[in-house]
Ligand binder design. Structure first.
Ligand code: FAD
Length: 471
């Protein structure tokens, strides 16, 4: 541990992005302080500051690899603690109602709830001797030099009775406060202006419940069952075995559609999925929680790399920089990739904001294009569709169809969706040949059973489903 860059770095926000940033900062600073408004230590269930923690989270394969690199033995530790793991290509994946051919990829899926995954990462970070957590404290603002050219700390207010606002000094401050980050406002107040924002409105909902199965054999040994939403079958779900022998189910709806939270409506929505697998399992399972809903309006990308000026000693990462439509499962893995980018910058000296934000923008480009491109395959999603997007979406539909017949295509697709390889891997001539040979849309995929009209949203009723399929 060199600790050559400074006495203290502060990380604003102690969720996944903040914890991973703290992990790499600990290699270069004498002290790293993480500040969060929630109680963190020992917490393994959803908390107020991370409401999405109640919904199924998949850690992409690249994310698992980075966690293993930053915390050697992470995966075996998770398994030993009762978190199920499996091969990503062997999960029960469906696109447009058709099942992908299972394929052994060697890519590991760690099937933990979001709070449990975070608690394992947090335990490893908190064990570092030079990292400390300030819990139950609001981040009120940042402090700067008189001329506002450099950030020199943060203002925080602990929740403990009688506390007053205090200032923490630091040579480097990282904003990892998530989608609700105040950095655009702070920059504006300091005279730097707000960053441009790219937004793509998808209006997706997650409605989730936890279950215990009377008999796990109904899963046929599968770790998860994922009918992924597509324009042809816009209702989707993620159903996973999780820790403690439980299962978690998130039902997804796009463009305003949403599963009801009452038990009967929830079950009916599950019945309207393009495949019966999940409905048939949960109708006899014991619910352990009420259904909760999370509505996510739009993917948001803040273009900090485009600002003409940026204060020194201050960086933004994680959802604070870019928040993706969650259905693609990218957020935590992008945060992990950004932590590696930060580490690379730290090896060269005190990170310089412009260069860092340029570099994480390059990290964000591919997952952003994948997520936004996928969203734009829904005709109702607003946004420009240049030729690249139209060709890309037509090809991805063929990849999905080909993967229902050819396990090699499943394997290649999982490597790209898992962010282990770039999308160009699907364009290699031998792969294109397989995709074109096997990529005729499946005739046998059943129509989603939305006839009971359980969707609460105005935009994706049964007629829209059929129209989208016919298109
Ligand atoms: C429904 C849903 C499902 C998702 N599914 C997946 C998935 O399958 N896979 C995946 O990789 N990602 C998924 N994501 C995204 C994922 O949750 C985030 O990308 C991930 O949590 C990293 O976010 P973050 O650490 O940048 O911010 P957050 O997780 O939002 O954390 C921000 C932290 O900052 C703290 N904070 C904020 N403001 C203040 C303040 N003023 N004072 C003190 N503390 C503050 C909060 O308490 C919190 O701890 C999903 C998101 C949603 C909404």
């Amino acid at each position: 541990m060199s600790q050559r860059l400074g006495h203290r770095a502060i990380v604003l926000g102690g969720s996944m992005a903040g914890l991973l940033a703290a992990r790499v900062l600990a290699e270069s600073f004498a002290e790293v302080v993480i500040v969060d408004r929630d109680e963190l230590t020992g917490v393994t269930t959803a908390r107020r500051g991370v409401p999405q923690g109640r919904h199924v989270h998949g850690l992409l394969a690249r994310g698992q690899q980075i966690l293993e690199e930053l915390f050697p033995g992470f995966t075996s530790g998770a398994t030993a603690a009762g978190i199920p793991t499996g091969d990503l290509g062997e999960l029960r994946w469906f696109f447009g109602g058709a099942r992908l051919k299972p394929s052994t990829t060697g890519l590991i899926c760690v099937s933990a709830t979001r709070p449990m995954l975070e608690s394992h990462v947090r335990a490893r970070v908190a064990a570092l001797p030079n990292v400390s957590l300030i819990e139950r404290a609001d981040i009120v603002g940042i402090t700067t030099t008189r001329d506002n050219s450099r950030v020199i700390g943060a203002r925080i207010h602990r929740h403990a009775k009688g506390s007053t606002e205090e200032v923490l000094d630091a040579e480097l401050v990282i904003d990892a406060t998530g989608r609700g980050s105040r950095t655009p406002v702070w920059l504006d107040e300091l005279g730097y202006g707000r960053p441009d924002e790219d937004r793509v409105k998808i209006n997706i909902s997650y409605t989730s419940r936890i279950y215990r199965l009377a008999d796990e054999s109904v899963l046929n040994g599968d770790l998860s069952i994922n009918p992924v939403a597509t324009p042809a079958a816009p209702r989707g779900a993620f159903f996973s075995r999780i820790e403690d022998g439980k299962c978690a189910l998130s039902l997804t709806g796009v463009l305003g559609d949403s599963a009801p939270t009452d038990p009967d409506g929830f079950l009916e929505y599950a019945r309207s999925l393009p495949v019966p697998d999940i409905y048939e399992i949960i109708r006899d399972a014991e619910p352990l929680s009420d259904a909760v809903v999370y509505r996510y309006l739009a993917s948001v990308r803040r273009r900090y790399e485009r600002l003409a000026r940026f204060p020194k000693g201050f960086l933004v990462l994680g959802d604070a920089a870019c928040s993706f439509n969650p259905a693609y499962g990218q957020g935590m893995t992008v945060a992990a990739l950004e932590a590696l980018t930060l580490r690379e910058h730290l090896t060269r000296g005190m990170p310089e904001a412009a260069g860092f934000h340029q570099d994480i923008s390059r990290v964000i480009d591919v997952p952003w294009d994948m997520a936004v491109g996928g969203d734009l395959s829904y005709p109702q999603v607003e946004g420009p569709r240049p030729l690249k997007v139209r060709i890309g979406n037509a090809y991805v539909a063929k990849v999905h169809a080909a993967a229902t017949r050819d396990p090699e295509v499943t394997r290649a697709f999982m490597r790209v969706a898992g962010m282990v390889e770039a999308p160009t891997a699907l364009m290699r001539p031998s792969m294109m040949l397989r995709v074109l040979r096997n990529g005729k849309p499946s005739e046998s995929a059943p129509l989603p059973r939305t006839d009971s009209g359980t969707g609460s949203g105005p935009d994706s009723g049964p007629d829209d489903v059929r129209a989208a399929r016919a298109a």
